[in-house]
Design a protein around this ligand. Sequence first.
Ligand code: ARG
Length: 365
Amino acid sequence: MNMSEIATEGLLYKQAEQYIRESYHERSVPQSQMLARLSDIRDEINEIGTYNHTIEELTYGAKLAWRNSNRCIGRLFWESLTVIDARHVTNTDEMAQVLFRHIREATNEGRIKPMISIFPPASSRAVKPPRIWNHQLVRYAGYETESGVIGDPASVAFTTTCLSLGWRGAGSAFDVLPLVLSLEDGEPSLYPIPEELVKEVPIAHPHIEGIGELGLKWYAVPFVADMRLEIGGIHYTAAPFNGWYMGTEIGARNLADDDRYNMLPDIAAAMGLDTTSAFTLWKDRALVELNIAVLHSFREHGVTIVDHHTAAGQFKRFQKNENDNDRDVTGRWSWLIPPLSPATTHLFHSSFDDEIKLPNYFYQN
Ligand code: ARG
């Protein structure tokens, strides 16, 4: 991010004040304590140009940022987020150790726990803010070859970066990329993830054998690593988080999109479908069976996953909880509807206000 985005001291206090007032009120902290805290924050900003969140402020802020994530259908569980305070790290080796622990504990042998690790925030003194260069902590490489991309086309640019930093992949369609980490000097360091930490699920269908024979797999946990967490004017530029997968993310997008793994023609072939005419809806039939295979395989391997109908039902409960607490639910309709059979869920027939509330998670370059 651009350092000019970091608030000047007056603005920073204002942003802090808004967060402290709202969150202390929600947490039912007595007014006197809240006012005392605001005066401490004012002093700290005057003295050092910024302020440090207490562990409670950090934890609640990360949870609120999830609750405010308009694109997320899984927000019912916002209060269950486990927050790892990693603001003390001083080098990328320590950062990698925290991330390895995050991967192990969140994967939890398949019983996935929503978790976030929060590294030191961007400081106005630093030239560069702390960053994880990966899009997700665990993701597959993509190699451009003369006969097309091997692996995940979405990873081609980042894979090139890893190769230029000296990494060598095996060249399969499912090579797990290394972590690329940088702190204030901006110099990237590579950390291959120990294999035993990366849980993966081979994809097979409950009765269409040919689908299992395609050799597909996916990793168990989506760890989004490149978003910025903003709480009370403080920008946490390295704050990777995870939930668990909704099946369609893998079955209707990652493995299905024609600019990703583009597997629908292979699935259709495994099903013996006639693919000469769109009119037969072979793509739709292949899509449904691929999604059944993803859900079935994750369940067989004891890895948490949710189908899109159940997830929509959970979102409905979230909407009710929020309304019961006199809060309105913001959302982005185009992201909340699932990519498979959207009109079978209530989301398709609803509309949402996409206003961005703070705290929140933001894209960064
Ligand atoms: N859609 C992304 C993927 O397929 C993951 C985004 C986060 N998803 C989640 N269930 N928390 O890898």
